[in-house]
Design a protein around this ligand. Sequence first.
Ligand SMILES: [Zn+2]
Length: 528
Amino acid sequence: MYDYLIKNALIIDGTGAEAYQADVAVSEGKILDICSGESAAARRVFEANGMILAPGFIDLHSHSDLGLILSPFEPNKISQGVTTEVGGNCGFSLFPVTPEGRPAVQQLMRAYGAEMEIPWSDGRGYYAALKQRGFGVNYLPLVGHGLLRLNAMGASAAEVSTTQLKAMENLLTAELEAGAWGFSTGLAYMPGCFAGFEELKALAAVTARYGGVYTSHIRNQGNDLLSSVDEAIALAETTGVSVIISHLKAYGVSNWGKVEAALEKIVAARTKGYKVMADFYPYDSSESTLMYEMPEWAKAGGVEGLIRRLNDQQEREKVRQEIESRGELSWDRVVVSGVKNEAHSGLIGRSITQIAQDAGPDREPFEVVTELLKGEQGGVSTICRLMSEADVDEIAVAGVTALGSDSYALPEGQLFTGHPRNWGAFPHFYDTYVQKKKLLKPEQAVYKMSGMAADFLGLSDRGKIKPGYWADLVLFDPESIAGPASFTAPDTPSTGIDMVMVNGVVQYEHTKLQREPSGEILLKSKES
Ligand SMILES: [Zn+2]
């Protein structure tokens, strides 16, 4: 007898192949059989009635590393049909933390609004902490380059020394040995922005030896988008590492249209035999921080360094001139979405320009920016309406892109004022590109949410509906699937997701979360 039988489903198997009608049998966590007509009895039968059964969605770009500790069952993710997330992106993971690096790591966490003291020192310790609590969705770890650098040299903006680089390589090697799938950079963030090409190349070479992946929040997504894409591709070319360019976009009105050339560069690299792709989220606004918009040199020494410069009239003027001369930013398109200081909570939802106007006729947007950065110790989140819909469409339908929400596990029971992708990215993508714009076939959309990521990463037993694969499954209604979360109501749950199974455990059904510890930490085996 099977554990579960999902009857009369329209199977989209995650390979891109055409949908077909069948029953799927699940036992002991795995897909046992795909059959039609008479099949054996099951402890429980789901009548799919023509709904689509797809592989559970793989979130190729996630930031749930801390959220998983605080909110291990991730209602905002599982309710979208996500069954696996790739964590540790944009240069930020929660390990390793060496005794020497700990103060710098904790300071960076505080800048992101996280007060937690990290009790572990490496990936193994983090995985053990997750397992001890239990969690809902599979987690696939990457090592953040930012952590490697903080451990080796603190928040210093200096070029890495030979000894420091060796220390970074050793830390990365130890994590790859322990099962991490590769490393990530946040080259627009501290401390990633201080890293030069040779530093990245050394770490990419270590990763390539393990058959791992390098995910890159590239140096610049605006004026220098194309040279930044070149840099990521050059790492694939010089080391053989697999590269995923993170949340591909063209940032700033003056840069709209550049995604075409960026996509062409990726296609050209693949034609030459390099493993390169990009992930994206299906919205034309990004979520970031005010600090992110500051010039690199102004961030040397971390938040303290930035605030010191903003307090100095000459330095502040230099920062202002540099931002203005870049021309990517329009302060009327930058909206405050999160603050720590209660006194600033009334600013949430308002653009920097609006805040300046409210404060009086002589008030300039840049003054608002500096005062907010100082008053919040750097920790101001923003929503930036700086992408074009046409660019997002082009990226969404490209053959070299897969979905990554760029979101995190949200703490339950708390007011949430951030980006709608946190609750809606996957259903919103399907609804927008299959149902509304009709730019993708259901099979193509599902491939971009499952099999494509699995193939690229080398996940050989997930991301597809095949006998012997783990039973990570999502059953959804193609008519009603949608992600109604919006910038004004970002915590609106998705619709149309009927049932989600993780490792053969029914974790989410008819909007109800089971809170079973069904998630696994997916470690990379050294042979693959
Ligand atoms: Zn990023």
